[in-house]
Design a protein around this ligand. Structure first.
Ligand code: ARG
Length: 463
């Protein structure tokens, strides 16, 4: 039996049921739907629309249905279009006429919006906590990397030696912006739509403030049309997830490069790499590659859902049912990506000497020579040209750059000493830069940021 059987003479076609159902994926909202129903029942009681006894019956029945869902004993029926229908049907079966009062003053339109906001608040807070764990891992790696340096790249060409800790922290700061975005998205979506009804509210004396408080929302909706049709929060969550996915893809790409024989900066642990079905010697960085690959899919979910929303008239339209699958999938992929990448990173072996060796080329210190000249009063553009000329000379004539610097009238032994291994990175002490002292200061700020995030995390989970 459908929820609307009174108005209809006939029964729904099998095509309609198959095409319009959302039960196959919105079962994930079962617990939030029960919470939403309990708050609604209490609200009906407070408004004296149902009696205190009926409130008790409905709450107990909802508990029973929840237990059936948890134990797997809940029997879904083919005609259960979505999780809301299934739960309401079961409540009616168990509680008869009282069960038939559950949906008083409510529509699936405000119900599904409420469920999805409850779900998103919790799941996005879960992503925040995974981001935080990942940042702590990066911080630990940065601390243990001490004075290890490697080439920093621009255009994927070796540019300047930078500390490995500086590298790890760079990714950590990008994740801090992600964390911040999720917290703000959660704050914006923390609004209860319950009481908006199908679109226009209700003639019954419902109290949307009461149910909002019951459900732990920060506030209730202001406009019922907006309440049932607003899915900005899904689009925002998808954007936050997509950008986090892009950051993970960038980390993934670096790990792919670093684990090649050509770079050789990283050895993958067996538990976090795969072999080849044909080539016996292979060890492949599949997790890192999928962190790169799956980000495309999450971006697809974002653009797909924005396209769904584009041009929709007020208020609820069935198109909005398309909000769940992209959101669920993006959450799944990103949270798996965070835990897999963190497993890969925490078990990988870093080849510090290979990194140092790659960065110990004299050419990577060319800028230090130019800046040394600047400190002696030579205008930078002239200094750049002098050093550029020496680099060219060294490459063309295959002469050691250090020797040329030593012999140069404006440079000499003091400047040549800048080319010794490890000197360049030591000297770069400008704030936020990759010098040892500067990175120590940065690490302190990073620690502080992480402890602020921990406090923000507490307030997200206790809300
Ligand atoms: N399954 C639907 C969804 O996810 C629930 C709302 C259905 N509302 C309706 N008027 N048909 O959007």
């Amino acid at each position: 039996m459908t929820l609307w059987h009174g108005r209809f003479g006939g029964t729904p076609s099998s095509e309609l049921l198959a095409y319009t159902q959302s039960l196959s994926f919105d079962r994930r909202l079962a617990h939030d739907d029960i919470s939403c129903s309990k708050a609604h029942v209490k609200g009906l009681g407070v408004a004296k629309i149902i009696t205190g006894e009926e409130v008790e019956v409905l709450l107990t029945t909802l508990d029973g249905v929840e237990a059936e869902l948890d134990s797997g004993q809940f029997e879904f029926e083919y005609s259960d279009e979505d999780i809301h229908t299934a739960i309401e049907r079961r409540v009616s079966e168990l509680a008869g006429d009282t069960g038939a009062k559950l949906h008083t003053g409510r529509s699936r339109n405000d119900q599904v919006a409420t469920d999805l906001r409850l779900f998103s608040k919790r799941e996005l807070a879960g992503i925040c906590s995974r981001i935080l764990e990942f940042q702590k891992l990066l911080m630990g790696l940065a601390e243990s990397a001490e004075d290890v340096y490697l080439p920093g790249y621009t255009h994927l060409q070796r540019a300047q030696p930078v500390l490995l800790s500086h590298y790890f922290l760079a990714h950590g700061w990008a994740l801090a912006r992600d964390f911040d975005r999720f917290v703000e998205t959660i704050a914006r979506l923390d609004v209860s739509p319950l009481g908006a009804g199908a679109l226009g509210g209700s003639s019954l004396p419902l109290d949307p403030d009461f149910v909002s408080m019951e459900l732990g929302f920060a506030k209730r909706f202001d406009n019922s049309l907006d309440a049932v049709s607003d899915r900005d929060f899904v689009a925002e969550a998808l954007f936050d997830l997509a950008l986090l996915g892009v950051h993970l893809s960038q980390i993934g790409e670096e790990l792919v490069l670093w684990s090649t024989e050509e770079f050789g900066y990283l050895r993958l642990d067996d538990a976090y790499s795969t072999g080849s079905s044909m080539l016996p010697q292979k060890k492949n960085p599949d997790i890192a590659e999928l962190a790169r690959g799956k980000s495309g899919r999450v971006i697809g979910s974002l653009t797909g859902f924005l396209t769904t929303l584009k041009g929709l008239p007020l208020s609820y339209n069935r198109d909005l049912q398309e909000d769940k699958e992209p959101l669920f999938d993006a959450l799944n992929q990103i949270s798996l990506g965070l835990s897999s990448l963190s497993g890969l990173l925490s078990t990988a072996g870093f080849d510090f000497s290979r990194m140092r060796k790659a960065a110990d080329s004299q050419y990577l210190c060319a800028i230090d020579l130019a800046e040394w000249l600047v400190s002696k009063g030579v205008p930078f553009r002239k200094a750049h040209a002098i050093i550029g000329g020496l680099v060219r000379d060294s490459l063309e004539r295959h002469v050691d750059l250090g020797e040329l610097v030593d012999a140069h009238p404006q440079l000499g032994a003091e400047a040549a000493a800048l080319l010794l291994p490890g000197v360049s990175v030591e000297r770069r002490q400008s704030l936020g830069g990759s010098g040892t002292e500067a990175v120590k200061i940065q690490l302190e700020s990073f620690r502080l940021m992480v402890s602020t995030e921990e406090i923000r995390m507490d307030s997200l989970t206790t809300r």
